[in-house]
Design a protein around this ligand. Structure first.
Ligand code: COA
Length: 140
């Protein structure tokens, strides 16, 4: 499938970002909050098919030695076609000088393993919605 990959936040439909995150069952916020998070990120990637935003992801980083990936999502009807891999392969070279961490949605760990990620044994989180995150399988 022919897709366009963009790294610039200019012109992004933040409502579509919010709605996509909601559709795939990830945490989502008001469009303005999504824009703030992506614009403040070190690396952003947006994938378009025929001008439709079909997937995206971002990394925050100190640009020295640590980075974390967030909000990697692909519209359900485009999943399983290599778009998630495209997103990650456009993010990772930009933070190749860093250790990279992320927390996968339960059940999606295998996707990141195909990209060389390994499960962490000592990951700790102080989530805002701590009980909900426990119920959803993110924490003990
Ligand atoms: C997870 C997600 C980003 C993967 O994107 P995708 O475009 O569907 O993935 P790809 O087609 O690039 O798959 C790449 C590889 O990962 C594998 N993979 C994808 N999802 C997987 C899963 N849940 N478990 C195991 N392997 C998986 C694919 O089989 C494929 O392997 P292959 O290269 O050997 O064929 C996408 O499914 C998604 O947006 N899901 C909902 C949101 C979400 O949970 N995001 C992750 C937040 S941490």
């Amino acid at each position: 499938m022919e897709v366009d990959v963009k790294q610039d936040c200019a012109g992004v439909d933040w409502k579509a970002v919010s709605e996509t995150l909601k559709r795939v069952g990830m945490a989502y916020y008001e469009p303005d909050v999504q824009r703030k998070a992506f614009e403040a990120s070190h690396t952003t990637v947006f994938v378009y098919h025929a001008d439709r935003l079909i997937g995206f992801g971002r990394a925050i980083s100190d640009d020295a030695y640590q980075a974390a990936i967030y909000d990697c999502a692909v519209l359900p009807e485009y999943q399983g076609k290599g778009i998630g891999t495209t997103i990650m392969k456009n993010i990772l070279p930009r933070i190749s000088h860093c250790n990279v961490i992320l927390y996968a949605t339960p059940g999606k760990e295998g996707f990141y393993q195909t990209l060389g990620f390994r499960k962490m044994k000592t990951g700790m989180a102080h989530f805002k919605k701590i009980e909900s995150m426990r119920e959803r399988g993110f924490t003990e």
